[in-house]
Each structure stands twice: as structure tokens, then as C-alpha cells.
Ligand binder design. Structure first.
Ligand SMILES: NC(=O)c1ccc[n+]([C@@H]2O[C@H](COP(=O)([O-])OP(=O)(O)OC[C@H]3O[C@@H](n4cnc5c(N)ncnc54)[C@H](OP(=O)(O)O)[C@@H]3O)[C@@H](O)[C@H]2O)c1
Length: 245
């Protein structure tokens, strides 16, 4: 299947790697020839072109990977009616997509940067007629979850799309704390990588995150004391509030 991607940034690049491995043909349109050439050097199998002369998207499966604020300007270059328009634009509604780009079906997708390693957790919503196609395409870059509404997808954008940045903050702070107390940085980083790898197994195998905490925490122990510090600084509340920021 041929996929036509508009945009050549972080998310387009992260997706291309997994999509090529699954045998999709890919053409990428952008506005900057140099950036397109750089992408082609990383992925020689893709076709690249600029979209300034306009691009006929008739019957194509189009993946929109540009910044949300660029929708109107880029949309002017997309001519005719796509088969399905897949958009990864955060906070951009199907209604906005319909106003700007013609397509038979519309799908909103929210992947995350782990797409680089075929480990994206991608949420999907939109026209049910294109649900299977969406699951196949985004299944090539990791796991997918179909949600019943755009509101749910917007909420899930924090949990799956943005949260790698939040977890990076957690990892970095734990490393910095270890260094502050005397660990070599290289050792602290090694420990953090191992921690996150093991934690993924714990999360998959324990029924609830609180049970992981209970299994680690002993009365008056170091974990209990550290946990109390996190509660004092309202870390739980801060994470919950990220959804309304
Ligand atoms: N990064 C993530 O983790 C992530 C996760 C989920 C969803 N997303 C979504 O993915 C989309 C792309 O994000 P990204 O992280 O890939 O950003 P990015 O690396 O900055 O790439 C942005 C893309 O949009 C194009 N663009 C920016 N401003 C433009 C303008 N004024 N006119 C035309 N094109 C313009 C850029 O073209 P140039 O290269 O020529 O500037 C580039 O191709 C966003 O809508 C974002 O919401 C990102």
C-alpha cells in the first residue's frame, strides 16, 4: 500500500521507519528540499518531493504530519479527494480537517515518539469504515487503541502522546539525584535504563500500579520515606493536572 506523508519532522521520521519495515511504500512531501534530502539519506526507499506546485491526492491514503498551526496553509497544496486522511495533529478536530482537506474518510491518530522503535502507543478515532485500515497502518509502528470519540483521543494525547516527555523528566531527575548523592553519571544512566525496562514488565504483570508500590514499600523503609517526599511535593496532583494545563 502506498502512503503519502505530508511533513518531514520528528513524527514523520519516527513513523517512516516502522512503516517501511512492514512493506509500505512511502512518498513524503515537505516544503524544505534540504530536510527532505536528509530524510531520504536516512530512508533511501522513500520518494520525496516538495508540495509547492500542489499535489494530487485523489484516491490516496494521506498521513498529515505537520504542525497543527500549518494546516490551512499546507492544505491549500492538496488537490482533489483522498481515500482516507489520517491526521496526527494534536488538538485538530475532524471538522477542521474536513473544512480544509477533501477525503472520503477521516481518521485522527495520536502516536508517540516510540514509533521510532515500533513501540508507539497510538490512539485512533474517526470514520469506522476506515478503522481496519487505520489499525493496520498504525499497527506497523506499535500498539493501537480505537477510541469512541475525539474527546477521548484529546485526553489520551497526554497519556500516550505527551507522557514520554513527562517520563523523561522522571528519568532525568532520578539520574540527577543519584549523581548529587555520589553516583557516577554513566552508572546512574545505566540504572535508569534498566529501571524503565523492568518497570514496563511490572506494569504489564501487576493488576494495579498501587500494588507495585505496596510490593516495594516496607514500614519505615527508604521507599516509604521517599514516597512521602513525592506526596509532600504533590507529584501525584501535578501529573493529574497536566490533563488540564
Ligand atoms: N513529536 C511527538 O512526539 C508527537 C506525538 C504525537 C503527535 N505529534 C504531532 O505530529 C505533528 C508533527 O510534529 P513533529 O513533532 O513531527 O514536529 P516537527 O518535527 O517540528 O515537524 C513539523 C513539520 O511541520 C512542518 N511545518 C511547521 N511549520 C510549518 C509551516 N508554517 N508551514 C508548513 N509546514 C510547516 C515542518 O516543516 P519544516 O521541516 O519545513 O519546518 C515539519 O515538516 C504535530 O501536529 C504534532 O501534534 C507529535
Amino acid at each position: 500500500m502506498l502512503l503519502t506523508i505530508f511533513g518531514n519532522g520528528v513524527m514523520a521520521s519516527a513513523m517512516i521507519s516502522g512503516l517501511l519495515k512492514q512493506g509500505f511504500e512511502i512518498e513524503v512531501f515537505g516544503r524544505d528540499e534540504k530536510k527532505l534530502q536528509d530524510l531520504k539519506e536516512r530512508y533511501p526507499k522513500i520518494k520525496i518531493d516538495t508540495y509547492e506546485k500542489g499535489v494530487d491526492i485523489s484516491g490516496k491514503n494521506v498521513i498529515l504530519c505537520i504542525k497543527p498551526y500549518a494546516l490551512e496553509i499546507v492544505a491549500k497544496q492538496l488537490k482533489n479527494k483522498a481515500s482516507t486522511l489520517f491526521s496526527v495533529l494534536a488538538g485538530t478536530t475532524v471538522e477542521q480537517l474536513k473544512t480544509n482537506i477533501q477525503s472520503v474518510y477521516y481518521i485522527r491518530a495520536m502516536p508517540n515518539i516510540a514509533a521510532n522503535f515500533n513501540k508507539s502507543m497510538t490512539t485512533l478515532t474517526g470514520d469506522k469504515e476506515a478503522k481496519e485500515k487505520a489499525s493496520i497502518i498504525f499497527g506497523a509502528i506499535g500498539k493501537t487503541l480505537w477510541l469512541g470519540s475525539e474527546k477521548e483521543l484529546d485526553t489520551a494525547t497526554i497519556l500516550a502522546g505527551s507522557a514520554p516527555a513527562f517520563l523523561a523528566l522522571v528519568a532525568e531527575s532520578l539520574i540527577d539525584g543519584g549523581v548529587k548523592e555520589g553516583l557516577k553519571r554513566v552508572d546512574a544512566e545505566f540504572l535508569a535504563r534498566g529501571l524503565f525496562e523492568g518497570f514496563s514488565e511490572l506494569l504489564n504483570n501487576y493488576q494495579h500500579p498501587a500494588l507495585i508500590k505496596d510490593a516495594v514499600m516496607s514500614p519505615n523503609g527508604v521507599t516509604a520515606k521517599g514516597y512521602a517526599v513525592l506526596e509532600d511535593y504533590k507529584v501525584r496532583s501535578a501529573f493529574i493536572k497536566t490533563y488540564k494545563s
